[in-house]
Design a protein around this ligand. Sequence first.
Ligand code: FAD
Length: 539
Amino acid sequence: MFCIHKFRWPNTKWQAYDQAVTGQDEEIQVPVLIVGGSLVGLSTALLLARHGVESFVVERHSGTAIHPRAGHFNLRTLEILRSAGLEETVRRKSREQYPPDGGISNVESLAGREIATYFTDLNAGVAEFSPTIRLFINQDALEPILRDRAESLGARTRYRTECTSLEQDGAGVTAVLTDVVTGARSRVRARYAVAADGNRSPVRNRLGIQMRGHGVLSNSITIYFRAERDLTPLLAGRNQGVHYVTNPVLRGFFRLDRSGNGGFLVVNLVGDTARPEIVAAYPEAPWANVADAITKDRALELLRAAIGVPGMPLVIEDIATWQAVADVADRYSEGRVFLAGDAVNGTAGPGLLATYDAERRPVGEFTVEQSYARYVTRVAPYLGTADAQPVVDDLYLELGYRYDSPAIIAEPGDDRPPHQHPRDCTGQPGSRAPHLFLDREGARLSTLDLFGGNFVLLSGARGAAWCDLGRDAARSLAVGLDAYQVADAGFCAAYGISPDGAVLVRPDGFVAWRAADATGATAEVITGVLSRVLCRANA
Ligand SMILES: Cc1cc2nc3c(=O)[nH]c(=O)nc-3n(C[C@H](O)[C@H](O)[C@H](O)COP(=O)(O)OP(=O)(O)OC[C@H]3O[C@@H](n4cnc5c(N)ncnc54)[C@H](O)[C@@H]3O)c2cc1C
């Protein structure tokens, strides 16, 4: 996901850190400060730690998430968790919480008619493209797994601590941290900061970065509840997963936990949005604001209407209010501050950091537009689809986006769209390196299992020259590179090369460059390639 290269800041003073957390007014020095210790902040700390980069996560809450919130995790996320060695742990936890391979459907109510089926099996057809699966796991179960791994790899986390000021200069970032219990302050000096501080991002606001898009779609609520009896018989054999609910009372979705005796209901809209006279009468859509003055009694009414069984004994455990927003930040970085996690490096040129915005923002925009398209087709058709993109297969979003930046050496005449089905991603520079099972001395592994650490040069069965040249060039440039000749059937076709060709895969699992055959197999070429994709000034 991120483009990360090895970096160690020689002057790291963890002693100063330790003094600071014990209350003395010392400056904390660390290569990367991460503001926000939720999914993105903890993932960033974990991925940086895997690359030997120290980070310091500050989170104003007292621990990891207390609500389930995110539950559906896509293929690319699972591929990244696999590369971090967490796939098995996460899959085990997921199985405890949800039946595997759940479906996504739209119903009048749990007990009512089915209106549409979006997926009967979340993972139908994915094995062709990925060594892993999509799954459901609640955010409050995933975050501790990320935190444990990040901390075990050396990342520091500090809770009940708010970043109350962040300034930057040419050499680094200076932040003030405030202990939310005692009010004690400490100062952090970091080379870079990652703002993983959520959709309201105080850091983004401080940097003056604007959000653009469709704006606020709904003021929603999540109702956490327990039922006296198992609700799964109401599903009448439908695969348990996500159930959108569309009826005259509300629009939203359910996620039941594995027991069937509880879970949560999200309510996005209330009122009959299918009636044009209601929509016309409320141009500001006040009926959309279910969060306004929500009470437990009202939540119970909505829950009953969504379950479709009058009088069922139910206990409301909690109600959370939140906004659905379909916006993207204007810029993903400002100087040394990166929104949502990114690259830190010692072997690359500073230009590499600028590729973060160039590569990730178009992906963010596409993802938001596709989420919006799903929202207006599944939940809020009254908004109309005139300004919505056609909905594409989820695989385009998960595995089919392509990067275009100075860290990618595009092929002449390559005018393919920036988003493709993964079956059309056959090793073109900028695309995710395809998955293919290989046999290594009797052990089966995915091509993806080779990525995540160093650069990787893969050649066809007759590409030994590329491998030798690659190793030499990497040595002379002091870049970590692993080179493999691959003889497995199907490899060359999957990566779009001949047996004499080679492909260079970045540590983030994206193809940086490709040679279809042996043409140009010289030390100058491969040295130039590595220098260019690292954005070294003399490339
Ligand atoms: C009901 C619901 C269902 C959802 N379902 C899904 C789903 O199925 N799949 C999915 O991918 N997503 C889902 N989401 C969205 C998902 O929860 C968010 O995208 C995700 O939590 C974003 O993670 P984050 O780390 O960027 O930000 P957040 O989770 O918002 O975390 C930001 C953190 O930063 C901290 N913070 C903010 N400012 C400071 C500061 N100055 N100093 C210190 N700490 C600070 C906050 O306390 C917070 O913990 C769902 C959300 C909701 C509400």
